[in-house]
Design a protein around this ligand. Sequence first.
Ligand code: Z16
Length: 841
Amino acid sequence: VESSIPEPQRETWRKFSASSFKSKDEFQRETVRHIETTLARSLYNCDEKAAYSGTALAFRDRLIIDWNKTQQRQTFADQKRIYYLSLEFLMGRALDNAMLNVGLKNSAKDGLAELGFRIEDVISQEHDAALGNGGLGRLAACFLDSLASLNYAAWGYGLRYRYGIFKQEIDNGYQVEIPDYWLDFNPWEFPRNDVTIDIQFYGWVNKYTDENGKQITSWQDGEIVTAVAYDVPIPGYGTATVNNLRLWSSRASSGEFDFAKFNSGEYEGAVADEQRAETISAVLYPNDNMERGKELRLKQQYFWCAASLHDIVRRFKKSNRPWKDFPDQVAIQLNDTHPTLAVVEMQRILTDLEGLEWNQAWDIVTKTFGYTNHTVLPEALEKWSVPLLQHLLPRHLQIIYDINLYFLQQVERRFPKDRDMLSRVSIIEESQPKMVRMAYLAIIGSHKVNGVAELHSDLIKTTIFKDFVKIYGPDKFTNVTNGITPRRWLHQANPRLSELIASKLGSYEFLKDLTLLNKLEKFVDDKDFKKEWAEIKYANKVRLAQHILTATGISVNPKALFDIQVKRIHEYKRQQLNIFGVIHRYIAIKNMSPAERKKLAPRVSIFGGKAAPGYWMAKTIIHLINKVGDVVNNDKDVGDLLKVVFIPDYNVSKAEIIIPASDISEHISTAGTEASGTSNMKFVLNGGLVIGTLDGANIEITREIGEQNVFLFGNLSEDVEDLRHNHFYGNHQVDPELMKVFDMIKKGTFGDEGAFSSLVSAIVEHGDYYLVSDDFNSYCTTQDLIDETYKNQDEWVTKSITSVARMGFFTSDRCINEYADTIWNIEPLQVKEEADVRART
Ligand code: Z16
């Protein structure tokens, strides 16, 4: 259907085409107009929430104008696009980011002040968009920011969960989960009720020959659910590019909604069908680094993959190109194995629906897809049971078997002597029931596989995927070290530091080219500069102390050393090592003379992070942290020397307050377990030092900023296997200092010792899989070194400045450019209006 306006009428359109506000006055006019019309409020009943809503509506209008232009420009240019498929996008708040990216935060600040509001209060009204668990979801959000800022034609595809990651409350030391309903007012999404795709489940496969003698494979009689598109504009920083994040929402298909039932009075049944359909996009699964194999999760995955692929194919078909051109127009990146069914769906579209030969189709598929692995933890590697797939997606299971057959035939020809190889690399695990190994399917269906930090990319090649390196050669496997967006994680979270840096470097250009930070090193001996640097850190600590007081009632001294570990709670991340270290310190303080206590640097141990609701050990760790806090914080002998704080409901917007306030942050996973980590980068970029193991991106951070600026400890990844073996077969002794910590727990100092016995026995009796005891001494000694170093504030600030100056590598802009060059083969699309936007920033 031709829906574009004919040339003679276009003049009128152009005359009245919506235009963007560019000044304080225009911003005020738009905001007041929205408050008075869209929101039906007035100056007599405008609270902070209404001020936020009006401001957000003004900015979203602004974004959508550039969004439209960007989409037109990209369609017209007709270049290759990148589609980033991710089940999680942990976006956080949008308003502050939108203001900064379009360069109008100062206008909005002044404008709001004149209307009677402080911009910080307005910004903090916004509910986080929390459609993710942790690192993987936040990485996707940073990537969208970089893709837009670098002018790549890129779309994100995800699910529009009605409930994001749960809100965490702490009740008597225990985590309590509260549903996160976030959609009551969301000005940042545009429902596209006309962009829908019907998705099929269940049914059966009919193979027959039609009247022309053609072989037909048809998947039929399934249940249909409709996918509806919701578009979220993604503004780049200092550019007119506004890309699209398309999130799918599920609803009953109009064909499916049973009107007969409805009319005959069985409306309950009809409504139940409708609710069943809506269940698919209802809730984000709250597991980080853990797959539970639930049918609804598989439904989510297929629903989202199928909708996204049909959307992509529909767009490609408009260009009337031959199918063989598909990989020149489309790159699709699989964020972990969650979207692997997209590979199968693409093969199904090309063969069953479009009639291509198997080999021709498969060639297109493998040239199109790339796969990013984010973990080596066995419990996080996805497997789906064959009976479940047979039931839910019968045609896809057949295609998976065919992919496997052709693949294994090829392997057999290449390695005729290695009989074992076939069962090792088979997509199907011959267990009871049989399981589909999604990572193997993703590797076989992609032209590139990447890990997310050097060590991790080496590990996947030598351990979990080593057979595939033999089969495909090493070039299929590559590394793209993760990065973070400096716009949100420096400029937005730490405006004063960003401003100080800009004043030294002469502009904010470093936010677009983070390597420019290296010019800061010239100023490490500049007294005034150092003083201001330290003052900003102190102010950020005051801000955090204020938050801690309101959130927990605990009062902390901002002059103390702030030691922070915020991330999902997981045994491999070893928050238990941290809290055992805190108890060790508590014991030491109790044993000190008053004179010795005077010499100790006061410290605040700050924790934050969510435990998956079904992860008992992680919940026990949270409980222990809170109970230790109760005791330590109220012990008169201790006073300011040690405080222990658990900040509830760690999320993106809280991270923006917490991260700039660290003196030390902890990245202490068992070597070889944390694929990359990204908060390590955020902390260092904000002038905090780190204590860490030689794991994930800690290694590259150390290489960049210098060993003298990092507090490293613990065993190396290459020794972990032997150590674990020794725990069972050698004469394993738990560290004696750690035993004293356990004694204190067992004595009931922190309440009922039975509550924490599983944490102790995991180490004493069950093999200490995460090497807590092996690393304990090294950890505590390194913490003592931190105390010593902190006493010399001048040296500390030198380390801080030097580290920030050397962090240029860890921008997600570098990371995205690497993906673009080495995996996607795409170029940015230059934007003329860019200069105009830049002039304002
Ligand atoms: C996740 O957040 C990560 C890996 C994974 O398999 C699943 C989830 Cl939900 C994390 C890694 O644990 C972390 O090391 C890494 O920095 C992050 O993904 C982004 O790559």
